[in-house]
Design a binder for this molecule. Structure first.
Ligand SMILES: Cc1cc2nc3c(=O)[nH]c(=O)nc-3n(C[C@H](O)[C@H](O)[C@H](O)COP(=O)(O)OP(=O)(O)OC[C@H]3O[C@@H](n4cnc5c(N)ncnc54)[C@H](O)[C@@H]3O)c2cc1C
Ligand SMILES: *[C@@H]1O[C@H](CO)[C@@H](O)[C@H](O)[C@H]1NC(C)=O
Ligand SMILES: *[C@@H]1O[C@H](CO)[C@@H](O)[C@H](O)[C@H]1NC(C)=O
Ligand SMILES: *[C@@H]1O[C@H](CO)[C@@H](O)[C@H](O)[C@H]1NC(C)=O
Length: 535
């Protein structure tokens, strides 16, 4: 009697001790989802638990449970369409065993549990614009494609918007136009809501409202044990903090509820292109706009330098925006006074149109792509040094077929940094005292895989040289923007040792077996860069 009561007590204790009990029963969790794993012969008799057996069993089970329509296999046109929709050639080269298209959170939960049961690795794809090979696709495993999860709704008071991860920003902005509200999200039409929001999310409106992650009010999250949680400042505040910058390390988000802001139907913005004679004036204007962000947060900028081919040579492109439909905002006066643009696409348009305009110039689906990033204090001479070092190193790659290299300078402004403190703060490890910061990105696209090595080495070298110049002035920052990081960069370490330790302990609590660390290996994990060091 006493022993039985004691055992019950122990069992209850086991459950309450942790989020997932040590004797967590995956089969029982599947039953709770209405899935009887014992009816799948391959699952119940997985004598040979090889990677490929496990994934075959998972894909077959998913097809039996959810039907053919929701599971695409390699011979199907839908599978090929999925692959072609991934942004980079490197991600298109990855062939998953199957692509699963869940329609609700429960289905996502079942997929994760089946992967655990069979030890079949998985990846998840929102907009597919990760620059990390394997970030949102997995060789031989199950790639969860959120395309069937596209609900979007505006609250009655128009103060919040909820959306599922199958959307691109273009879809979201289009849907919100008729309400005269918008949300803080991406600047390019085809980028997905999932990856951008989980890594931070720089928007045209960030100096007004903060990063995308800082405007998420709650997440619907599917955890490693298949539980569907509502995560907000009031409910599971630790996870809420971790999800704001933590990437795909804590679960799969099946719905974001974010703050909405009233908006006029149009705004001003676009791209201008200049030759090298204007570089000094552009850098000065970039610095002054960055330093003065507090005066008028409606202005936004990205200043990029690149190579326009043997005819054009070195060129600069500046992307300027103003949140209102006003072509001559005084904060943009210095930029607007720079004459001699080779091309000028600035105009008053809707937000949706602006993101579409930038897409035609920014994408290039199916080409090889790389992103590298780093951060230094905002400083005019460092901006010049970054541009100069980029052009000094460029001859090493300039003959690569189809090469399009660019270095982009953005500003993590004081308002952006201050707004990170709202709702308990985020995981990025930045504070108002750090700023303003200059966020740098080298983005290259090219054609031949034989050039991968030298192009990544080029970007790494430019980064290291600029960081050394910054360190010499006491102006280097350890921060790495996850959404721009290369697979050889340890984005989470860039958040600082304390935040990394905190993220790891939150992961231990909600995912004690490390499902999102090991079974979902793509992208930036809590320990180390996806690819180690570049050699
Ligand atoms: C052309 C272009 C324009 C860009 N513009 C901007 C910009 O304006 N501002 C900015 O901040 N960044 C920008 N970026 C960077 C962008 O934020 C990242 O590339 C981001 O990862 C893309 O998100 P995605 O959903 O499209 O990518 P995906 O490849 O689908 O996802 C990226 C990662 O997030 C994970 N993930 C996605 N959805 C979920 C989910 N629901 N739950 C859990 N994990 C999930 C994936 O598993 C993957 O590891 C741009 C990138 C490109 C290529
Ligand atoms: C797990 O749960 C299933 C279904 O409820 C049950 O048949 C099985 O015995 C359980 N396994 C263990 C180890 O408790
Ligand atoms: C949105 O704004 C436009 C123009 O200002 C106005 O005509 C329209 O009625 C507004 N729509 C809503 C739903 O408020
Ligand atoms: C912008 O231009 C309009 C007319 O085109 C003018 O009325 C306004 O004063 C100008 N504003 C600034 C800040 O220059």
């Amino acid at each position: 009697m006493r022993t039985a009561a004691f055992a019950t007590l122990l069992a209850a204790g086991g459950l309450s001790q942790g989020f997932e009990p040590t004797d967590f029963n995956i089969t029982a969790a599947l039953l709770e989802n209405g899935v009887d794993a014992s009816v799948f012969p391959k699952l119940s008799s997985l004598e040979e638990r090889s990677f490929s057996n496990g994934c075959r069993a998972t894909c077959n089970s998913l097809r039996l449970i959810f039907g053919d329509d929701q599971v695409d296999t390699q011979q199907e046109p839908a599978y090929k369409a999925f692959i072609n929709n991934l942004w980079s050639a490197q991600q298109q080269e990855i062939a998953p065993r199957c692509v699963f298209k869940p329609r609700d959170a429960r289905a996502v939960s079942t997929s994760i549990l089946l992967s655990r049961l069979t030890q079949c690795p998985f990846a998840a794809k929102s907009g597919g614009h990760s620059a990390v090979p394997g970030g949102s696709n997995i060789m031989g495993g199950v790639t969860i494609n959120f395309e069937g999860m596209t609900k979007i709704s505006v609250s009655r008071d128009k103060k919040t918007v909820s959306f599922q991860p199958g959307h691109t920003w273009y879809d979201i902005y289009t849907a919100l136009e008729k309400y005269n509200v918008t949300v803080v999200g991406g600047r390019v039409a085809s980028v997905g809501v999932g990856g951008l929001t989980l890594g931070g999310g720089i928007s045209y409106f960030s100096s007004m409202y903060g990063l995308a992650c800082d405007n998420v009010l709650s997440y619907e999250l599917v955890t490693a044990s298949g539980r569907i949680l509502t995560v907000s400042e009031k409910s599971r505040a630790d996870l809420y903090w971790a999800l704001r910058g933590g990437g795909n390390n804590f679960g799969l988000v099946t719905q974001f509820t974010v703050a909405a802001f009233p908006r006029e139907p149009t705004m001003w913005g676009g791209m201008r292109t200049y030759m090298a004679t204007e570089f000094p004036a552009l850098i000065k204007a970039y610095y002054n706009l960055g330093i003065n962000a507090k005066q008028d947060g409606k202005a936004h900028q990205i200043l990029s330098f690149g190579y326009g081919g043997p005819q054009l040579g070195q060129v600069a492109q500046v992307e300027l925006e103003y949140a209102d439909p006003m072509a001559n905002a005084s904060i943009l006066g210095e930029y607007n006074a720079i004459q001699g643009a080779l091309a000028d696409q600035t105009a008053i348009r809707s937000l949706t149109e602006l993101t579409a305009l930038l897409d035609s110039s920014a994408t290039g689906n199916g080409l090889r792509q790389s992103f590298w990033t780093w951060t230094v204090k905002l400083d005019e001479s460092l901006a010049t040094a970054a541009k100069d070092i980029f052009f000094e190193e460029l001859p090493a790659i300039v003959d690569a077929e189809g090469i399009l290299p660019a270095i982009s300078l953005q500003v993590i402004t004081e308002p952006i940094l201050e707004l990170m403190a709202q709702r308990g703060g985020n995981a990025l490890g930045l504070s108002a005292q750090d700023g303003p910061l200059m966020s740098l990105l080298i983005a290259c696209r090219w054609i031949q895989s034989a050039d991968d090595g030298r192009i990544n080495k080029f970007s790494d070298k430019v980064k290291n040289r600029v960081l050394a110049a910054a360190a010499a002035k006491g102006k280097a920052s350890p921060y790495l923007y996850m959404n721009y990081a290369s697979p050889w960069q340890d984005a989470v370490a860039g958040y600082g040792a304390a935040n990394k330790a905190k993220l790891k302990s939150i992961s231990k609590k909600y995912d004690p077996r490390g499902v999102f660390q090991k079974l979902q290996p793509g992208y930036f994990k809590l320990d180390g860069a996806p690819r180690g060091r570049l050699v």
